[in-house]
Design a protein around this ligand. Structure first.
Ligand code: PA5
Length: 445
């Protein structure tokens, strides 16, 4: 039977893993019995099995309406209100979709509010000028500056292009049930809304409407995605590393951290997984990087980055380990042709699939890096489909909760994120920040 497999045999010896497994099982109990710090943010644990047909149908109907009425749908959000949808859409989409002529019924899904780039917004606004577009605006707090700026600009543009009444039907807001500026605005404008549950933090929200609506708008099967996640939810209650891949992964990475491996590099060999790495970095970075502790999460795309970061990984400071995300089966088949002249000398691989060469690059790099002192955890996923991506998302979320408790932190808060916001508001002289404004002006004099 196909399944996601975590292989730690190139990371650490089984004897040392045995010791840490009981710690991982204890941390699993802490998550499952909600006895640890941040236990009011565990709503994600049972999301896959508790989402109802009616909820999925509502999300799908909203997606279908946007698909019918729009050539482009702009998803506005940042951090956990952006990365999950972006990661899943990139993993499942045709790579060149954004370059294909967009027809209604399969709108281009673009993102905004994930930066404050003036050029980015101006170019997006130009691009949207002659397009029928809609907006999904996502903010749990409803007060985040980056998406709020993008929404103000694009809402105004949509109202001018489509008319206020039509724009109201082309905007969907996903936010808190009661609180925040976005909730107030959505209620007053009469937008269709979805709620981000109170007990689900941003980086754990991809299996709520935050991720599911944009993914459905992109044309992917959200029922299969959540069904996959539900399969993994079930597997992730087992109290041993053989059945529960989270135990193996959380155990191995904590062991490596204690052995001085302070940086984990998530490696993929499929460019469709680039944004999965970005999502994973937020999940682990924001969950674990606190109290002056935490594995630094980095990511690379191989073999591309073997030609840029390969030297460092092979020969640089030995404080790293790799976690390789390996996709067993490509969706497509491409065979390297034979060439009569063989001027490029490639006939020795003629007749082989491109993926076979990719797999040899992967194996060759694994052996070289392990020999060079870089422990290797290997996570195998059967294919890039909704079901397996759903499983992978849930696996990483559950392992993250377990791993954070093993590290001794609250994996579900993010107090450090506020520091830059406070300074930015002070520098922008936001009302209510007068004391901070005076202080920071002294600081930068
Ligand atoms: O994981 C988190 O909590 C954060 O990354 C948030 O998702 C991010 O800051 C965006 O917040 P909000 O959805 O409130 O706009």
């Amino acid at each position: 039977m196909k399944k996601i497999i975590v292989n730690t045999s190139d990371a650490t010896c089984p004897c040392s893993l045995a010791g840490i497994t009981s710690e991982a099982v204890n941390a699993l109990h802490t998550v499952d019995h909600a006895t640890g710090a941040g236990n009011d943010f565990l709503g994600w644990v049972k999301l896959p099995s508790s989402i109802t047909e009616a909820e999925l149908a509502d999300i799908q109907a909203t997606a279908d309406s946007l698909r019918r009425d729009c050539e482009v749908v702009v998803c506005i959000g940042i951090g956990g209100s952006y990365l999950g949808a972006k990661a899943v859409i990139e993993a499942l989409d045709n790579t060149f979709r954004s370059h294909m002529p967009s027809a209604q019924g399969n709108p281009a899904v673009l993102f905004a509010g994930q930066n404050i780039g003036e050029d980015y917004l101006a170019e997006l606004s130009d691009f949207l000028k002659d397009k029928k577009f809609g907006i999904i605006v996502i903010s749990k707090s409803g007060t985040t500056t980056e998406p709020a700026i993008a929404f103000r600009i694009l809402k105004e543009q949509l109202e001018k292009q489509a008319g206020k009444a039509a724009a109201q039907k082309l905007i969907v807001a996903i936010t808190d049930e009661k609180r925040g500026a976005l909730r107030t605005l959505a209620n007053s404008e009469g937008y269709k809304t979805f709620v981000i549950p109170d007990n689900v933090g941003g980086r754990f929200s991809v299996l709520t409407p935050v991720g599911l609506l944009p993914i459905a708008v992109a044309g992917h099967d959200i029922s299969a995605l959540t069904a996959g996640a539900a399969e993994m939810e079930k597997a992730c209650t087992a109290e041993n590393a053989e059945e529960n891949p989270c135990i193996a992964y959380a155990g191995a990475r904590n062991l490596l951290y204690r052995q001085g491996k302070k940086i984990e590099i998530l490696v993929n060999y499929n460019p469709k997984l680039h944004y999965f790495g970005e999502w994973w970095k937020q999940l682990y970075g924001e969950s674990e990087g606190k109290d002056h502790k935490g594995i630094f999460p980095a990511s690379v795309d191989f073999s591309t980055d073997l030609h840029s970061m390969g030297q460092w990984i092979q020969d640089g400071e030995r404080t790293i380990f790799e976690t390789v995300l390996s996709v067993e089966e490509s969706a497509r088949t491409m065979v390297i042709p034979t060439d009569g002249d063989n001027l490029d000398g490639l006939n020795y691989i003629a007749g082989k699939r491109v993926d076979e060469v990719n797999k040899m690059a992967e194996l060759g790099a694994r052996i070289a890096h392990v020999d060079g002192g870089v422990p290797n955890i290997r996570i195998t996923i059967p294919a890039l489909t909704e079901r397996w991506i759903g499983q992978l998302i849930y696996f990483f979320e559950k392992a993250c909760g377990i791993s954070g408790y093993m590290l001794g932190v609250n994996p579900f808060d993010q107090p450090g994120v506020e520091a830059y916001k406070k300074n930015m508001f002070a520098l922008l002289a936001k009302p209510g920040y007068e004391a901070e404004t005076a202080q920071i002006r002294q600081r930068i004099k």
